[in-house]
Design a protein around this ligand. Structure first.
Ligand code: NAG
Ligand code: NAG
Ligand code: NAG
Ligand code: NAG
Ligand code: NAG
Ligand code: NAG
Length: 490
């Protein structure tokens, strides 16, 4: 008799007969590794952990979030084995499964039979064939499938998954979205990078709350005619990297409850003044990476958050901003445009809380440009060409100021009257920074990348005393410890 001891089992070969005798049950929660080296493991916040650490005897499992991650599966057995063990220890915990890779060309029927997850992330990059019953016996609330092989997704099989609420498909070939493709229970649908260019009438479930159509490069307004008419529950619509470039207000007709709209990187050069007037609840409008030169259309909305980063804006229309003053606008992002000054029109926004002007070409800052912005809490002027700051700010609410990546050599006492909690002066040319110039309210400050950088041992002029004082100041405001200079300060 010839015996081989394996990890889990004892194989005994008796003559020509192969008899498999389980000698003892494996420790209940070990990672499962099979002979083909495909495996599944437990994860906690992105890191592999020992599954038994997750579930201890007698521990309350009702709040557990269990995550299983599998690589390179050649069959569903490793998943099934680990799932089975975890499920019996925690019958009601939501389980998240991530399958990073499948080394299979075809997925057979009932591949996930008996498995019930909260979220299933499934990368089917190497799969070109799905059995019509691939998902039979499988339950999940959220299914997130991606591929880099543009094959048709198994829509019929997906439709059979009971209680599926969210479906995200990425990279599949859909082209025309047909009526009846999706269950009426879906509230979230993603069809990003699926080559979608047209929808049949009533192709989308009416209960949709979120619809992601990003990166369908041939999706034009013509292909979206009447698509949104019946989506009265939709709250978020993503159309990033599409050909939705020229359109009028009829396009979004029917979206009575739409709150956020993403039209980022759509090559939009101009929009009609009334283009968003059919969206009464619109609150967040993202129009980054386009070529807009003006945005009068904003007057036909009541948005509180407007993002126009990376467009072709060089000036702001004073009259438009006078009208905007009484609106709900609270956050304005004008990053990466062509401003060479702080536009004086901004002064009218007396209710604005957050303004971002990073990545422009502003070389001089006169605080008077912000007079009137009495609610401003956060100002970002990162990566401009600021050499000079003049005047005295009247910004009673300003708490966070970001001046990183400019050319400032000194502050000329211009910040001390502010009640700043957070100040970023990193990557400037500041050589001297008397403590008296810093607001007494500071809780965090960044100074790295200046000639006064405290890590520079060789600099004879290094002001050890200053950094000690900064550390004490920040600490006295219960701020983060000023680690940059800890070595010198203590
Ligand atoms: C997927 O296929 C590619 C090329 O055919 C191969 O190199 C890769 O190892 C496969 N990935 C998996 C997870 O099997
Ligand atoms: C999916 O798997 C393929 C091949 O195994 C890999 O190249 C790709 O990066 C994976 N995608 C994601 C989002 O993990
Ligand atoms: C914006 O709000 C004002 C006042 O609340 C209202 O009169 C106007 O119709 C709203 N505009 C839009 C486009 O919803
Ligand atoms: C917008 O600006 C970019 C870069 O600044 C420029 O290449 C492009 O021609 C401009 N587009 C229009 C329509 O002015
Ligand atoms: C700042 O601008 C205001 C208004 O344009 C001007 O009156 C003031 O002199 C400027 N301050 C400085 C220091 O240049
Ligand atoms: C330290 O400061 C000196 C003088 O300013 C400079 O020449 C040197 O490059 C600095 N060293 C480092 C590591 O930053």
């Amino acid at each position: 008799m010839h015996c081989v001891f394996g990890l889990l089992q004892l194989f005994c070969v008796v003559g020509a007969l192969l008899v498999i005798v389980p000698v003892h049950q494996a420790a209940p929660l070990e990672p499962v590794t099979d002979v083909l080296d495909n495996h599944c493991e437990c994860h906690d916040r992105g890191k592999a952990i020992d599954c038994s650490d997750l579930i201890q005897d007698g521990a309350d499992t009702s709040y557990l979030r269990i995550q299983i991650v599998c690589h390179n599966l050649r069959s569903a057995e490793p998943l099934r084995a680990l799932y089975g063990r975890l499920r019996s220890a925690a019958p009601n915990s939501p389980i998240v499964v991530t399958i990073n890779g499948l080394a299979m060309k075809a997925l057979p029927a009932r591949f996930f039979d008996g498995i019930s997850t909260h979220i299933m992330h499934l990368n089917t990059s190497n799969v070109s064939e799905f059995d019509d019953d691939v998902f039979r016996g499988f339950e999940t609330k959220v299914l997130d499938m991606k591929t880099n092989t543009p094959v048709a997704p198994p829509l019929g099989a997906i439709k059979e998954i009971p209680k599926l609420g969210s479906l995200m498909l990425h990279g599949y070939k859909v082209a025309v979205v047909k009526k009846g493709s999706f269950s009426d229970d879906l509230t979230t649908l993603g069809l990003s990078s699926c080559g979608v260019h047209r929808f049949e009438e009533d192709a989308l479930p009416r209960g949709l709350v979120l619809l992601n159509l990003n990166s369908n490069h041939d999706l034009r307004p013509e292909g979206l005619q009447n698509v949104f008419r019946k989506l009265a529950k939709l709250r978020s619509l993503m159309l990033k990297e599409t050909a939705v470039t020229i359109f009028n207000k009829d396009l979004f007709m029917g979206l009575k409850n739409l709150i956020s709209l993403f039209l980022v990187d759509c090559n939009i050069k101009q929009l009609d003044d009334d283009v968003f007037s059919t969206l009464p609840k619109l609150d967040q409008l993202y129009l980054g990476k386009n070529a807009l030169k003006e945005f009068r259309f904003i007057l036909s909305t009541n948005v509180s958050n407007l993002n126009l980063d990376d467009n072709n804006l060089t000036a702001l229309d004073e009259e438009l901003f006078k009208e905007l003053a009484g609106r709900r606008l609270r956050s304005l992002n004008l990053n990466d445009n062509g401003f060479s000054d702080v536009p004086t029109a901004l002064q009218h926004l007396s209710q604005l809380g957050s303004l971002s002007l990073s990545g422009n070409h502003i070389s001089k800052l006169n605080w008077s440009a912000f007079d009137g912005m009495r609610k401003l809490r956060s100002l970002n002027l990162e990566h401009n060409e600021l050499i000079l700051i003049e005047g005295q700010p009247e910004l009673p609410e300003l708490w966070s100021l970001d001046l990183m990546g400019n050319l400032l050599e000194s502050l000329h006492g211009s910040l001390k009257s502010l009640h700043l909690g957070s100040l970023n002066l990193a990557a400037n040319r500041i050589e001297k920074l008397p403590l008296e110039e810093l607001p007494v309210t500071l809780r965090s400050i960044k100074l790295e990348g200046n000639p006064i950088h405290c890590d520079n041992h060789s600099d004879g002029d290094f002001d050890r005393e200053l950094f000690e004082k900064i550390a004490i100041l920040v600490k006295s405001n219960h701020g983060a410890p000023y680690r940059d200079c800890v070595r010198f300060a203590y």
